[in-house]
Design a protein around this ligand. Structure first.
Ligand code: ADP
Ligand code: ADP
Length: 230
């Protein structure tokens, strides 16, 4: 059972940089996947294709068996099911208060008020940030902002969450907290993929490792397989 199927993707930035060069893979549902690769390997470019922010120059992408479509309504639907947590929470948070911030997504789906309120409360509880609900977002610490940016996504009740370097710039305590949270979410049936260049983290946290190099997906396997043969 695959949540995404990607076939022979090529992507070039406007300046001509080839960032994906023939990427093919199936992403199995309900996994904890670490997307490993050096800076510039193409991890972010790959992940941005999953939510249709970038479109391949060639190749195709299926989500739950259907080809991705790039009209506004299709993208809104896709992004309610596949959440993207950016490395820098400041690029994601824009509402005045935490409660408003986390309500924004489900409200935009047109859900009834009470349902929105329940989702927001659940998302804040899941991330351990309920006590911050009335705080202005810009007064939060970096770690708190990170948790709120995850709550944002959880309130959409996604099938999959994509994380770009989720523990970058976090101290060991917050790092542990975020990785435990990702484990909990995965146990609740959410597929998780995280980009990282941290080999140790990939080894310890993931059940599946994808390795990218120079725009190509060069290996897929369990951590034991990936880290035994080189
Ligand atoms: P198998 O042949 O048993 O699927 P593999 O050697 O292909 O095992 O993969 C090893 C591990 O990586 C398994 O846990 C498998 O579920 C996982 N895995 C392999 N390919 C993918 C994929 N495309 N998406 C997610 N997980 C995968
Ligand atoms: P990673 O996430 O693994 O660090 P990226 O996907 O960000 O890699 O980058 C892949 C390649 O595309 C690199 O060569 C990078 O320099 C280039 N690249 C990334 N963003 C842009 C951009 N906006 N314009 C031009 N080149 C880019």
């Amino acid at each position: 059972d695959h949540i995404f199927q990607m076939q022979d993707l090529y992507f070039y930035y406007p300046d001509g940089t080839p960032a994906l060069q023939g990427v093919s893979c199936n992403i199995a549902r309900n996994k904890k996947i670490a997307l490993l690769g050096a800076n510039g390997a193409g991890k972010s470019t790959f992940l941005l294709h999953l939510i249709g922010i970038l479109q391949p120059a060639r190749g195709n992408i299926r989500f739950n068996g259907l080809p991705l479509q790039y009209d506004r309504d299709s993208l809104i639907r896709l992004r309610s099911k596949v959440g993207y947590v950016f490395q820098d929470p400041d690029s994601q948070l824009f509402s005045a208060s935490v409660w408003q911030e986390v309500s924004f997504g489900p409200m935009n789906l047109g859900l009834p008020k009470q349902i929105v309120a329940n989702r927001v409360a659940d998302a804040l509880q899941a991330t351990g940030t309920f006590h911050l609900k009335d705080k202005p977002t810009h007064f939060l610490s970096f770690g708190q902002k990170k948790l709120i940016s995850i709550a944002d996504i959880l309130a959409m009740q996604p099938e999959m969450i994509i994380f770009d370097e989720p523990t970058a710039f976090l101290d060991p305590r917050y790092t542990r907290r975020i990785l435990d949270l990702l484990d909990n979410l995965n146990q609740q049936g959410i597929s998780i993929i995280m980009a990282t260049h941290d080999v140790d983290k990939a080894y310890q946290w993931a059940d599946t490792v994808f390795v990218m190099k120079e725009g190509r997906l060069v290996k897929i396997g369990s951590p034991a397989e990936i880290f035994s043969d080189d």
